[in-house]
Design a protein around this ligand. Structure first.
Ligand code: CA
Length: 235
């Protein structure tokens, strides 16, 4: 099996102010066949990332100038589908939560192993590649709200709401399984590409669902929480 996302070198932006970590990350990425570019401040990262030349961004949180959260939010607004991986400190759960809120796709906790980092990077790249290639689902409706996967929007009386790649994937999966319970584990495996989801990641599903409900406005109740089991889209 040949996967082009793996043989093509990926352009990866590394936004990290600690020289040793920055160098280490770039070395590892280059060793794995990617093309890393380093940025040492939030502003520099934002400037580089804004160019749209990158396949993925590794983003530290504590940076001189703009924080990783700000950079993430601004990059996400510019490039809704750009994979962003946050580098968080051990024990800083709130950073993970905030990172997801700012639009990051995933995170690794410092200090991380190279194997763990590369697994996350590969999963995100694979995910992004698959999304680009796969034909989008046909439009569908939930609770009077029309979802157009191809345009990545939900349309209701308040107008057109843009959906992130992740939100659309979540919604599409629930819609395909309409009326059936989809576990958080399944969502994490299918939408995030996580093999062995942990407790913290489970919370990220809940956060994305909360965001999604907000965006769905009048159709928010169509996504039912099934306590202890997962989520279900009303049939
Ligand atoms: Ca830092």
């Amino acid at each position: 099996m040949h996967d082009s996302t793996h043989s093509d070198p990926m352009r990866i932006l590394v936004v990290e102010d600690e020289p040793a970590i920055q160098r280490g990350l770039c070395d590892v990425l280059a060793y794995h066949g990617h093309t890393p570019t380093a940025a040492s401040t939030g502003e520099e990262g934002l400037r580089e990332g804004s160019t749209g030349q990158y396949d993925l961004v590794l983003l530290d949180i504590m940076l001189p100038g703009k924080s990783g959260f700000e950079v993430c939010e601004e990059l996400r607004a510019l490039w809704p589908r750009l994979p962003i991986l946050m580098l968080t400190a051990r024990g800083a759960e709130e950073d993970v939560v905030r990172g997801f809120r700012c639009g990051s796709d995933d995170y690794v906790t410092k200090p991380f192993s190279i194997a763990e980092l590369m697994a996350r990077v590969d999963a995100l790249l694979r995910r992004a590649g698959r999304t680009e290639r796969a034909a989008p689902d046909p439009p569908f409706e939930i609770g009077g709200v029309r979802v157009e996967p191809e345009r990545r929007i939900a349309i209701h009386e308040e107008g057109e709401i843009e959906l992130s790649r992740r939100e659309l994937e979540l919604l599409s999966l629930l819609a395909r399984e309409r009326g059936r319970i989809v576990s958080r584990r399944t969502l994490l495996q299918e939408v995030w590409g996580f093999d062995r989801p942990d407790r913290l990641e489970t919370r990220t599903v809940d956060m994305h669902i909360a965001k999604l409900r907000k965006k769905l406005g009048p159709a928010r109740d169509a996504i039912e929480t099934v306590r202890g089991e997962g989520y279900r889209l009303a049939g």
